[in-house]
Design a protein around this ligand. Structure first.
Ligand code: HEC
Ligand code: HEC
Ligand code: HEC
Ligand code: HEC
Length: 186
């Protein structure tokens, strides 16, 4: 009897250890402004400035509009759009992740940010790592190898009929509106 109890305690302890250490090992979200510190100049390709002008940068603000509240109501939700988890999950980055994984610099109101598509940046967003593609990828950076099928597969995790305003997704046209390559790599 006693040994069974001890075994249970041991199993619990191992479980707690694994779950807490995996949270510690997870990359944290730093927010688009941090990426923008380096990804602003013409030389690197102005990714921050390009993103700022896309619909993604105001995806949260969209949820604060009357129109969004009407969409939410029609879809059967009783809460305002900007407070409805089913809307937030596509309209902001890192919605629903453990708070400990959000750095102070991370702002949900900045909508669909770099890290929705490139992965949480706390461990790769430094010069010593970013200069190397392989090191960055090892620290959590997601890239898509200029593979249209891979890119599209990522887009349609949000651009799909779960979105109550969905009218179809034309990948080529949409990508042309938001692409932001590094000039020398094009
Ligand atoms: C300290 C400066 C700095 C910060 C902060 C930074 N980057 Fe970078 N990043 C760079 C440099 C430099 C390169 C390499 C550019 C080159 O190859 O010419 C790069 C390359 C990249 C690439 C291309 C990788 C490849 O090899 O194909 C991506 C994608 C990227 N960064 C995304 C981000 C994201 C997302 C963030 C924020 C989470 C971020 N970066 C923050 C400096 C930075
Ligand atoms: C995390 C979810 C998410 C991902 C991933 C995502 N999007 Fe979006 N996208 C949105 C949301 C939400 C909006 C609506 C923003 C608004 O109008 O407030 C949007 C709007 C857009 C728009 C403007 C509306 C339009 O149809 O002209 C374009 C273009 C776009 N996305 C392209 C892309 C492309 C290309 C990809 C993949 C490379 C992509 N998106 C990946 C969530 C996402
Ligand atoms: C599966 C991801 C997803 C979910 C869930 C989602 N959206 Fe969106 N939303 C998008 C995308 C992507 C767009 C961009 C354009 C498009 O494809 O319709 C968008 C666009 C919008 C727009 C702008 C439409 C326009 O024509 O200007 C509004 C408003 C909106 N969403 C409200 C909501 C509300 C309210 C909810 C929750 C009830 C919600 N969305 C849930 C992905 C989503
Ligand atoms: C909606 C998804 C999405 C968002 C948001 C987004 N990116 Fe990207 N980014 C991509 C995709 C997809 C590629 C293309 C890759 C390819 O062709 O392999 C890319 C390419 C890049 C590259 C160039 C890599 C190259 O090979 O030239 C850099 C640098 C980069 N992104 C940085 C950023 C930064 C910084 C932000 C935020 C300010 C950001 N991205 C926001 C999806 C996104």
């Amino acid at each position: 009897m006693l040994s069974k109890k001890l075994l249970n305690i041991f199993v619990m302890a191992v479980f707690l250890f694994i779950s807490s250490s995996s949270l510690l090992a997870q990359h944290k979200y730093v927010g688009a402004k941090k990426c923008g510190m380096c990804h602003k100049s013409a030389k690197i390709g102005k990714q921050y400035k390009i993103w700022k002008k896309t619909a993604h940068a105001h995806a949260f603000k969209t949820l604060q509009t009357k129109k969004a509240d009407e969409v939410a109501k029609k879809a059967g939700f009783k809460t305002k759009a900007a407070e409805t988890p089913k809307c937030l999950k596509c309209h902001v980055t890192a919605y629903g992740v453990d708070k400990s994984l959000l750095k102070h610099s991370f702002k949900p109101k900045d909508g669909v940010q770099c890290e929705s598509c490139h992965g949480a940046g706390s461990d790769y967003a430094k010069m010593s790592i970013m200069k190397s593609t392989s090191k960055s990828v090892a620290k959590g950076l997601k890239i898509y190898d200029h593979d249209k099928a891979k890119i599209k597969a990522m887009c349609v995790t949000c651009h799909n009929s779960e979105n109550p305003t969905f009218k179809g997704f034309d990948f080529e046209k949409s990508w042309a509106k938001i692409k932001h390559y590094i000039p020398k790599k094009k």
